[in-house]
Write a new protein. Structure first.
Length: 68
C-alpha cells in the first residue's frame, strides 16, 4: 500500500477495517476496498490584508491554511 494513503475495507458490504501504509492482507471475494483516502496536506494560501490599528499604524497580515 502506498505511503500517505488510507484505504477503507468492506467485508460482505459492511465496514471491516482501515488499511494503513505497510503490508496488509485481504481475503479475495470477501473483502473489497470501498474508498481510497489521501492523507496528504494541501496548503491553501489566503490573500494578504492590510489592517489599521487604533494608533493609525498600518499592518499587513498574511496567513496560510493547511487542510486534508
Amino acid at each position: 500500500m502506498p505511503q500517505q494513503n488510507a484505504w477503507v475495507v468492506e467485508r460482505l458490504g459492511k465496514f471491516h477495517a482501515t488499511l494503513t501504509p505497510g503490508l496488509n492482507f485481504l481475503v479475495p471475494f470477501v473483502d473489497k476496498v470501498a474508498y481510497k483516502h489521501s492523507l496528504k496536506e494541501i496548503p491553501l494560501d489566503v490573500p494578504s490584508q492590510i489592517c489599521i490599528t487604533r494608533d493609525n499604524t498600518s499592518c499587513r497580515w498574511t496567513a496560510s491554511c493547511i487542510s486534508r
